[in-house]
Each structure stands twice: as structure tokens, then as C-alpha cells.
Write a protein that binds this ligand. Sequence first.
Ligand code: SAM
Length: 317
Amino acid sequence: MLKIEHRTVTAMQPLHTSVLLNEAVAALVRSPGGSYIDATAGAGGHSLALLQAAGPTARLLALDADPYALALTASRLAAVADQVTLRETNFRELAAVAAEAGFDDVDGILMDLGISSMQLDVEERGFSFRDTGPLEMTFAPEQALDAATIVNEWAEADIADAIYRYGEEPGSRRIARAIVAARPITSPVALAEVVQRALGGRRGKTHPATRTFQALRMAVNDELGALREALPQAMGLLRPGGRLAVITFHSLEDRIVKDYFDTESRDCICPPELPVCQCSHRATLTKATRRAVPPSAEEQRSNPRSRSAKLRVAERR
Ligand SMILES: C[S@@+](CC[C@H](N)C(=O)[O-])C[C@H]1O[C@@H](n2cnc3c(N)ncnc32)[C@H](O)[C@@H]1O
């Protein structure tokens, strides 16, 4: 049994099922040994598989912004603890943390974005619309901006924009109006009710607040901003031939990864109308996946959470 602050995890609670596990590990580990970074350790599923594939001489730096997730990783990797370095950090600090830990010339880096099913199902951190606790939704508990601040203090138009942008929610304006009218909203379950009422009740299997909760979580943690900052840092930590694998769950995340890989795989990024190159840009990577790799039909059947996942891999030149 694992105890972190007021939370207790028992062996009965379900562990997160790692998405695109075999595909990501096969893309990253191509010879025994070497050093790897798992920038989103979560429940340690990918971390463990990376070490099993790379063997007993490999080393791994496992990061997570969420101390609870990192403690789960530590417990999952206990048998290979001598190969593992753990750091509680946001991956926007990737370059500095990796350098300090001696992982600045690595063979592979994995980013498996978003949240894990334990964060959603087990924790009382406000990620799920069933939670009765505080409206947090932060990866790092000490973070200043939380969902309660957005819901109770932001202007109606800004709330609507965030819900529309990150949640692709067509009813964003109606929801924002209802949120402002219902202030103060203090728990996820109360927020979920406000959203459900604003959208006119429940239809189908998916809870009507799903898109709103996803949007608030992405805004609270500035998830797209962190990804944009981390990609060049990750590339800078790879040795030539080393690989970066990114698993995304949202079209905006995938767009950021795709655009970064497209730009960084080109020698010139001048606008096409310029007759002579003026940018002096040089390609830093080669794309190892031509298109985004989806989970197999079998994985999508057995793990519905995997359905929106996409894997892209790039190799450092
Ligand atoms: C999908 S889960 C990873 C699951 C993991 N690959 C496994 O197999 O168990 C994503 C994890 O990334 C963490 N995370 C998300 N954004 C982060 C960021 N910017 N910095 C550090 N960790 C982050 C979350 O706290 C969560 O634990």
C-alpha cells in the first residue's frame, strides 16, 4: 500500500493501461543498453517496458509533474530501481532537469500526454465530474492557477473561449453563461451539473461535461504551452540517431507535434515566394513516422481511451 499525503492507493485500484506501448517502445529502443527519458511517467507502464526492452545496462530518467503519479512509478519500477532516476517536475523544465540528472545525451525520449486513468478515476483532484472535493485539476498540487479560479474569477468570454478552443465544445457560450450565473462553484460534481443543465440534460453514454472538463484541465495546466516549450528541449537532449516519440490525445496537441517535426525536418523554412533562402535554417531531425500512428483495432477495442491516440516519432540528425 502506498500513501501520499492524504491519498491512499491500494493494490485493488486499477492501474493505467499504457497506450501504443509496443509501438512506442519499438520505435525508441533499437539496441541494448543506452539512456532514456520518460517525460510523462504516469503509472510507469511505458518506463518499465522501455527498461525491459533495453535490458539491465540501460538507464532511465522518469519525470512527472504529479507527485502521486511519480510515487506510483517508483513503486512499479522498484525491481529495477538501480537503473532509474526519478524527478518531480513539469516537462517544460526538461533540459535543465535532464542536465542536472546526467541525462543530456540520450538515446530516446517519450512523451505520453494528458492524464492517466488513475488521475481521473482514483484521485480526489477534481479531474473527474464525479469528484466532490475541491475544483483543482492541477498536475502539481502547489500550482497557483486551478479550475476554481477559472470558473469563479475569469470573465465569461474567456471561459467560453477556453471551453471552445480546448474542448471543441459547440455549446461553450451557453456553458460559460451558466457557470457565471452559478458562482461560486466549489466542486467538480457541482460544475458537472451546471454544464449538464446548460446543455439541456444528458444524451448518450458520454457525460455532457466531458469536453468542458478536458478544456479546463488543458487551460489550468497550460498543456499546449508546455508541449511547445518541451519539444525543442527534447530534441536538444538527443544524441545523433536518438529518437523522440510523442503520443497525443487531442487534435491541437497532434498539430503542434506535426508542425514542429515538419519545420525541423526542413533545411529551409523561408516563405515559398522568396527566390533565395534567407533563413539559414538547418534540419535537426528526420521524421521516423511519415504519418501519425493510431492504436491497432484490437487496442482500440480493448482500451476505448486509446481511440484518440496518435504516435509520431522523429530522429535527431
Ligand atoms: C497518459 S499519462 C502517462 C502514462 C504512462 N505513460 C504509463 O504508461 O503509465 C500522462 C502523465 O503525464 C503527466 N504530465 C502531463 N503533462 C505533464 C507536464 N507538462 N509535465 C510533466 N508531467 C506531465 C501527467 O501527470 C500524467 O501522469
